[in-house]
Design a protein around this ligand. Structure first.
Ligand code: SF4
Length: 290
């Protein structure tokens, strides 16, 4: 039988939902009620051991009322990267989270993802790769998706491409622990293929939430897939590199994916030029010209 929440529980739940919304978390799922637990509660009520709740109401009414103000707006549903709209509420920049709460807010996003089966990529996953690094980083890198090493370890950029990324970060005068790293999709595409649009569109709102929490001053998109999902349009990398874009309050710079640089090391010079744009925006000391 459907049950109505008492006012104290309801108020506490509304407060909790508002807290999550302030963190940028706007998608909620209800677990089915455990019939055994419900039967036990009803038996306890019948025995007078606990007070029964108020009169039953239609099943959907409490959640509909609680969550009505949290539905995505029509403008959110029309985002160019969202032919499906499973998580589009994340497309608006979320309210700022205080720096002290960044780590906790990222944990909440990780909990929201859970043991995710929202797209087919979960089928081949060994470990979901959420993200790694300083929750308060001024610099954030966004890649495409986990490879075999990342899938095995549950961490982004830990294989050969990751080693090169570490070197790139070091060349900027930073340590890996000082930046934040995440991907467009959090589960490894089979054979390291490019994520399908449905996969990227389903998973990328979680990335947007991570960006909203970390609020890096500078974002670096590693490769065309990351650039496409961050900028919301598909465009050749050549037309996106070499300048500063705006994205969700951050300055976005586009460069080559380290895996591409491993295949074509001649482009490392170009990538270094891109990273120097990021360094300039961050106020980092640029290497002196010889
Ligand atoms: Fe879920 Fe993202 Fe993994 Fe797809 S790629 S199953 S949306 S976590």
């Amino acid at each position: 039988m459907a049950r109505q929440l008492n006012s104290a529980t309801r108020d506490a739940l509304v407060e909790r939902v508002r807290f999550y919304r302030d963190l940028g978390l706007t998608e909620f799922y209800r677990r089915p009620v455990d019939p055994a637990l419900l039967a036990a509660v009803e038996a306890a009520e019948a025995a007078g051991e606990i007070q029964p709740q108020a009169a039953p109401v239609a099943a959907a009414e409490p959640a509909a009322t609680l969550f009505a103000e949290l539905q995505p707006s029509p403008s959110q549903e029309n985002h160019p990267n969202s032919p499906r709209t499973p998580l589009t509420a994340a497309l608006e920049v979320a309210a700022e989270v205080s720096a002290a709460d960044h780590a906790a807010a990222l944990n909440i996003i990780r909990e929201e993802i859970g043991d995710c089966t929202r797209c087919v990529l979960h089928k081949g996953r060994h470990k979901l790769v959420f993200g790694d690094g300083d929750p308060n980083a001024r610099l954030m890198f966004v890649g495409e998706g986990p490879g075999a090493d990342e899938d095995a370890q549950g961490l982004p950029f830990v294989g050969r491409a990751g080693q090169l990324l570490n070197n790139m970060i070091g060349a900027m005068g930073l340590k890996r622990e000082q930046v934040y790293i995440a991907n467009v999709v959090k589960c490894r595409p089979p054979g390291n293929r490019t994520p399908e649009p449905e996969e990227g569109n389903t998973c990328s709102p979680f990335l947007f939430k991570q960006i909203d929490v970390v609020r890096p001053q500078v974002l670096v998109a590693l490769g065309a897939t990351a650039a496409t999902y961050l900028l919301g349009r598909r465009q050749p990398l050549a037309g996106l590199r070499g300048r500063v874009h705006a994205f969700r309050g951050s300055q976005l710079i586009v460069t080559y994916h380290p895996a591409y640089l491993l295949r074509d090391p001649r482009q490392k010079k170009e990538a270094w030029a891109d990273l120097q744009i990021a360094m300039r925006e961050l106020g980092l000391k640029l290497p002196s010209k010889k």
